[in-house]
Design a protein around this ligand. Structure first.
Ligand code: KIV
Ligand code: NA
Length: 261
């Protein structure tokens, strides 16, 4: 196993928590790496956070590969996860494998896909052929056109049981990590206890092995953040003030300064 991934498994056993953020380009990846973040996810949230879209479905494999390359160049020692976008893997194991190869060639260490037990054979196929897979269950944003909105999952007994079975099937198939998004804290805690692979939570409470946040939410750069995100700084306000200052200085000829020659 990759030494960095073995370390995550070791830390799960020891109860040491790991921090993941998304990043979509070189400067943000560098900031994350320099701050001591453990993992960087090149999420297909790209389409919303950077692209301004209302969901993630428009993101293409080529776009993911392009952004993965940017992130890898700034990621230092971070483990780099990259999302397989909607339509690039669901048809079957061979389609998924080929798409994952594209992201590995772009420099990703781990490739993430959405879905539960129905993806187990795809996870096994890729794992047996040289690809580290991170599975993603709970609120899987690529299903939004079926659901009609971004809905919390696992809130009733049936759905919770299904997610628990999905987690087991994916771990059994060889997934190296499992993202749990927008599920009840107790369910995330149970799944984290049940499986040997590290869980990475978002909106899933404090008991997962790692946390992930969208970096624009964390830095206060988005106009709206989901309720479970914490804005550690109002970065948008700081940047807007700087830009307004620039506009003012250009307007009254304070910038650029007048030179002698
Ligand atoms: O695309 C993304 O940012 C994600 C995380 C929210 C887990 O998949
Ligand atoms: Na994603």
């Amino acid at each position: 196993m990759h030494k960095k991934i073995a370390r995550w498994v070791q830390d799960k056993k020891s109860g040491i928590k790991r921090a993941v953020v998304t990043a979509y380009d070189y400067p943000f990846a560098r900031l994350a790496a320099e701050a001591g973040v453990h993992g960087i996810l090149v999420g297909d949230s790209l389409g919303m956070v950077v692209g301004g879209g209302s969901d993630t479905l428009g993101v293409t494999l080529e776009q993911m590969a392009y952004h993965t390359g940017m992130v890898v160049r700034g990621a230092g020692d971070c483990l780099v996860f990259a999302d397989l976008p909607f339509g690039s893997y669901e048809k079957g194991p061979e389609q998924a494998w080929a798409a994952a190869v594209t992201l590995l060639r772009a420099g990703a260490d781990v490739v993430k896909l959405e879905g539960g037990a129905e993806m187990a054979s795809t996870v096994a196929f890729c794992t047996e052929r040289g690809i580290n897979i991170c599975a993603h269950i709970g609120l899987t944003p690529q299903r939004v056109r079926q659901w009609g909105s971004f809905q919390r999952q696992g809130t009733d007994a049936d759905s919770a049981r299904r997610l628990q079975a999905d987690a087991g099937a994916l771990a059994e198939a060889g997934a190296r990590f499992l993202v749990l998004e927008a599920v009840p804290d107790a369910l995330a805690a149970n799944i984290t206890r049940d499986i040997a692979i590290p869980t990475i939570g978002i909106g899933a409470g404090p008991d997962t092995d790692a946390q992930v946040l969208v970096i624009h939410d964390l830095l206060g750069l988005g106009t709206e953040s989901p309720p479970f995100a914490r804005r550690y700084i109002e970065g948008g306000r700081i940047m807007r003030d700087a830009l307004a200052e620039y506009v003012r200085e250009v307007g009254n000829s304070e910038f650029p300064p007048r030179r002698k020659r």
